[in-house]
Every structure is written in C-alpha cells, then in structure tokens.
Design a protein around this ligand. Structure first.
Ligand code: TYM
Length: 327
C-alpha cells in the first residue's frame, strides 16, 4: 500500500491556503493510502517562540486536524518532538546535504533576508523536513506549491545517500494539487496567503468568525477591468477567487468563469462556498477542544506507532552508514 506522509508547523493560525493546498488532501488520502501526519513543533523552533503559546498551539493544531477529518483509526497522527528519531536522522542528512544546496532554498532566503536573528536551524530546516519524510519510507508527500523545492531536496538527499551507502531510503514523490496549491492573499493577490499576521484582511483563517470570512472575500482586490476570466498572470485577483471556489466545489476554474459576468456575483458565491466549507470544521473543532485528554491519548498512540516504523528505518540507516552498534 502507498504510504503518505505530511506535516504542518504550529506557528500561527491555520489559514485557507493550508486547508485547500494540503489538509483537505490529507483527509482524502486516507481512503487510498496508509497515512501519517505530523505536527512539526521542532520546525517551529527555527524562529523564536513563546513556550506557553507553542505548547497550546501544538495541541490545538492537532485538534484542528482531527476536526478537519484526520481519523486516528485510519491515520497515524503525532507530534514531531515525541519521536526523537527525527532529530537523529536530521543530523545524518545535514551531513549528506551540501552547504550551497541549503543556501539556495528560496524559503531560507525569504525568511533570512532582513531578519534580525537568523538561527542555524532556519538554515538546516530542509534537512529536518527530509528526515521527517525519509524516516517512514514515504512514497508520496501531499503539500502546497511552496514546499516543492524542499521536496526536491529531500529526493536529492535520498538518492545521494542510496548512491553512497547502498539502497536505504524510498525516494518520495511530491503530490501537489492542480487547484488550490497556491492560494493567494486576498488583498495582495501576487503573494501567497500565509499564517503570519502581516495581512489580516487578505488572510482567511480556518477558525475565523464566518461573517468576517464572507466580508473579507467580498472586499477582495479584483482587477481593473470587469471581465471574469481565469488568467493568473493578467488577472491574479479574480483568478485567485476562481481557484478558491474551484477548490471548494471541485469544478474547474475555467468552467466556473464562464458563468459569471460580474465580480460581485463571483465574490458572493465564493464567500458562500468558503463559509460552508469552514462551518462543519468549526463545529467539530469545538468538540475536540472540549476533550484535551482525549487528544493527548490520540497523540500518544500516534507517536508510539510512528516510532515503531521510525526505529526500523533508522536502524537500517545506522547499519549502512557504518555506525558501531551499541552493546
Ligand atoms: P506549513 O506549516 O507552512 O504549511 C502546511 C501546508 O500548507 C501548505 N500551504 C499552502 N497551500 C496553498 N496555498 C497557500 N497559500 C499555502 N500556505 C501553506 C504548505 O505547502 C504545506 O503543505 N515545511 C512545511 C512543514 C513540514 C513538512 C514536513 C511538510 C515539515 N516537515 C514533511 C511535508 C513533509 C511547512 O512549513 O508547512
């Protein structure tokens, strides 16, 4: 059976891009693959975090994943720091990656430019991400478009390691959806929607008040002419709304576009579709937050299951590398 692995950072409120680009696909992957999903708290540490907030965000993110439809009976859901094998493999992969290769990562360049403090962890971030993936003999990794380069690096590291030390890792394939892989900011449609709070009016949060969600979509920046057409280059604002509506309904954005002659109608339907996508998630989220002990038990079982696989793969890595067995 195909094995799917993916992760999300507990660094800020989950936004519509996370949902449409990745999390929805995690849910549907459960029907056809063995699925492993991880709240990557160690990745969050690459930038300073408030300890109390990090702890509660990690738990709440797990609860939101459950509310979105991750089923603990069908998926392994766990927290990265509960499985220490991730950090051990990360070190090994740091020694497999070239400095120049990590320096070329666009996410590192974006996050380090103009930053007051750039941690070494921010630089080696992609090696830890590769470790997350390779530790589970992952076949397929469902992510949004912004993770494409990191996935390519994970593949390169697996191939290089296999070449040097013999067949050790499964080389994973990225799985990036055709629609929704790059949800853009509603106010600045040429930049992607993100968890950081730089553009509150341009960002839809999954747990946001639904009236506010509708208002933000109705106030989304469109383009200077009035034609409804799917063209990401020439009409980024309208095309973003068409993509969002398409991701919610499953109909192609080009087809949806033919039904509209006014921006206002498109915005109203897009707002309704997003609101109806978020409503059941918000309802279910309330039931999970009411039971933190239940969530903790799910995460403990998830870590135990994840570890059973991770230790086996790491033993293979240690053996092939030539590390002396203990005892
Ligand atoms: P993170 O936490 O930033 O985002 C989680 C997922 O959401 C996707 N995403 C988007 N998709 C479409 N439009 C957007 N505007 C948008 N914004 C975010 C991301 O592509 C991602 O799939 N490095 C990863 C976490 C990670 C990981 C892993 C992922 C760590 N280890 C192993 C896969 C496998 C990250 O920062 O995602």
């Amino acid at each position: 059976m195909t094995r799917v692995f993916s992760g999300i950072k507990p660094t800020g409120p989950v936004q519509l891009g996370n949902l449409l680009g990745a999390l929805r696909h995690w849910v549907s992957d459960q029907d056809e693959a063995e699925t492993i999903f991880c709240v990557v708290d160690l990745h969050a540490l690459t930038v300073p975090q408030d300890p109390t907030e990090l702890r509660s965000r990690t738990l709440e993110l797990a609860q939101l994943l459950l509310a979105i439809g991750i089923d603990p009976n069908r998926s392994t859901l766990f927290v990265q720091s509960h499985v220490p094998e991730h950090t051990e493999l990360s070190w090994i992969l740091e020694c497999t990656a070239a400095f120049g290769e990590l320096r070329r990562m666009t996410q590192f360049k974006d996050k380090s430019t103009d930053a007051e403090f750039v941690s070494a962890g921010l630089f080696t971030y992609p090696a830890l991400m590769a470790a997350d993936i390779l530790l589970y003999d992952t076949d397929r990794v469902p992510v949004g478009d912004d993770q494409r380069q990191h996935l390519e690096l994970a593949r390169d590291l697996a191939i290089r390691f296999n070449h040097r030390y013999g067949d050790t890792f499964v080389v994973p394939e990225p799985s990036i959806p055709k629609v929704g892989a790059r949800v853009m900011d509603l106010q600045h449609p040429t930049r992607k929607m993100s968890k950081s709070d730089e553009s509150p009016q341009g960002t839809i949060l999954v747990l946001e008040d639904l009236a506010s969600v509708a208002k933000k979509i109705k106030r989304a920046v469109t383009d200077t002419d009035t034609e409804v057409r799917f063209d990401m280059e020439a009409k980024p604002g309208v095309s973003n709304l068409l993509s969002i509506l398409s991701a919610c309904t499953g109909e192609a954005p080009e087809v949806i576009a033919t039904r509209y002659s006014r921006y206002g109608d498109l915005k109203a339907d897009c707002a309704e579709a997003v609101v109806e996508t978020l409503r059941p998630i918000q309802d279910r989220y309330a039931t999970y937050t009411a039971d933190p002990t239940g969530t903790a038990a799910i995460l403990a079982l998830g870590a135990e299951r994840a570890r059973a696989t991770a230790t086996g793969v790491l033993a293979r890595v240690r053996q092939n590398l030539g590390l002396l067995p203990a005892g």
